[in-house]
Ligand binder design. Sequence first.
Ligand SMILES: NC(=O)c1ccc[n+]([C@@H]2O[C@H](COP(=O)([O-])OP(=O)(O)OC[C@H]3O[C@@H](n4cnc5c(N)ncnc54)[C@H](OP(=O)(O)O)[C@@H]3O)[C@@H](O)[C@H]2O)c1
Length: 259
Amino acid sequence: MSAAQSALFQRLFDLTGKRALITGASSGIGAHLARTLGQAGADVVLAARSEDKLERYAAQLRSEQIGAEVVAMDVTDAASVGAAAEAVGAVDILVNNSGVSGHEMLMDTAEADWDRVLDTNLKGAWLVSKAFAPGLIAQQGVILKVASILGAGLGVLKTVGPYAASKAGLVQLTKAMALELARDGVRVNALAPGYTETPINAEFFATPAGQKMIRAIPQRRLAQPEDLDAAVLSLVGPGGRATTGTVIVVDGGHTLAIS
Ligand SMILES: NC(=O)c1ccc[n+]([C@@H]2O[C@H](COP(=O)([O-])OP(=O)(O)OC[C@H]3O[C@@H](n4cnc5c(N)ncnc54)[C@H](OP(=O)(O)O)[C@@H]3O)[C@@H](O)[C@H]2O)c1
């Protein structure tokens, strides 16, 4: 790589000296993004409920020369979030990635299931952002919310009503938070992935219905978590300093085909 190339990469993406907290880092996209931010130079704090899984993953990341700590956190529980924020202290980058879904039609959805999805995906993102806001303001940091094409105002499907509603709320939360925190020097953006192969959906995509859905994606393939890296680094990296309140869709053209 030439000196000019490496200076360019540094100006856009270098996270050396930054500390990033990723919720839902015990699995799937969150675990992957923690490694990506670490590879870009950040020290990472892995947050989720499964502390054992986080500890094992942090050890793996440390063996790859990535600074990694762990904090147990249930994003639906304000006391758990508050305790985690106190234990961790200030971070420069917050990734609100924790998310769950249901599988019922709306009229068959139990109230507890509605609450589980909305509390995790929407309220949880707000609770965690609020708890870490003082440190983010002090560090002039950045927040990234992992939304979904199902919440980006582009189309919806049956049996994911609470999930789609939560992610649509998350997109508006991103914009409202970006507006309110701009003067404090904190940027807030969202990523809206299309179907990306992870434990949340691997079983489904192996079924005939899942295979049919893959064929409906113009690129005819599921994204892999690493396909999200360029968008994520452009949003949280120094090159994104003028970008706030934005949603980037990474979906293999899927939303072009949702009617
Ligand atoms: N995969 C896709 O196709 C896709 C597409 C668009 C958007 N997304 C979004 O991407 C994010 C990650 O999805 P994924 O596919 O990687 O799912 P995943 O593999 O099931 O991971 C979900 C993560 O969320 C954490 N989590 C769940 N409830 C939590 C809670 N109450 N408190 C703290 N953490 C909690 C889980 O950790 P613990 O269980 O250990 O707490 C886990 O680490 C989600 O927001 C999802 O909606 C995914």
